[in-house]
Write a protein that binds this ligand. Structure first.
Ligand code: GLP
Length: 240
């Protein structure tokens, strides 16, 4: 596990974008595993800037996203499909046909999970971007999710619902369930790039990097992956 500690969020975002840009320059057909949340927004801004300046093209890149809320359609402004268009896809030359997320509005959720798992078999991520939940979740794999899990319907914990309620007009509007890539799908990526910032993540960062490998802290599984880079700001790294 390589841990890079930065001065602040901006430096974290810049460094993370540099890693993605290198991957895409080396392999223009790279498969990017992408994440939502506040953590990668700055990185996405830097990727858009690099595209605008002609430094990199995403024309042949494809993407697979980690997760989606159940019950929100792709045009709902809190859906992760909307987030990805708004924060990244609308600002680069990626072909939207090559972008993939689980659908939160599928009538048959099990069929949708099966579809997504089959897709992931054919699209092994060259890099999987991750944020970190304050309770140590990755994707929406909440504490006690088995490490062998694949894409499935998950119940969100109260702490995640509370954390994510800042983006909704009231906590009652936060969906209680999501479809999430499983831990096995994440660990299957060739490399993993995590971005973490803020004091509220410090405890989870410590457990992830230095604690025992346990399903009680899902991100601790990353200690078992051979190519993980964690970029965290000083606040998130304050307990290391
Ligand atoms: C959400 C997402 C995760 C994300 C995490 C942290 O619940 N499902 O993929 O990494 O929470 O979010 P943030 O970066 O906003 O703190």
């Amino acid at each position: 596990m390589k841990v890079i500690i930065t001065e602040n969020y901006d430096e974290m975002s810049k460094k993370a974008a540099e890693i993605i840009i290198d991957i895409v320059k080396n392999n223009p057909k790279a498969i990017l595993g992408l994440a939502t949340g506040s953590s990668p927004i700055g990185m996405y801004k830097n990727l858009a800037k690099a595209y605008e300046s002609g430094e990199v093209s995403f024309k042949e890149v494809s993407s697979v996203n980690l997760d989606e809320y159940v019950g929100l359609t792709a045009d709902h402004n809190q859906s992760y499909a909307y987030f990805m268009r708004d924060n990244l896809f609308n600002h680069i030359d990626i072909d939207l046909k090559n972008t993939n997320l689980p659908s939160g509005s599928a009538a048959d959720t099990q069929a949708e999970c099966d579809r997504y798992n089959a897709l992931l078999e054919t699209k092994k991520q060259d890099v999987q971007v991750l944020g970190l939940g304050s309770n140590g979740h990755i994707g929406f794999n909440e504490p006690n999710t088995p490490f062998g899990s694949v894409t499935q319907l998950v119940d969100l914990t109260e702490s995640t619902i509370k954390d994510n309620s800042r983006l909704f007009s009231s906590i009652d509007e936060v969906p209680r369930q999501a479809l999430s890539m499983g831990i096995k799908n994440i660990m299957n990526a060739k490399s993993i790039l995590m971005v973490v910032s803020g004091k509220n993540k410090a405890e989870a960062v410590r457990g992830m990097v230095k604690g025992e490998i346990t399903t009680a802290l899902p991100a601790s599984v990353l200690q078992l992956h051979p190519f993980v880079t964690i970029i965290c700001d000083k606040d998130a790294a304050s307990l290391l």
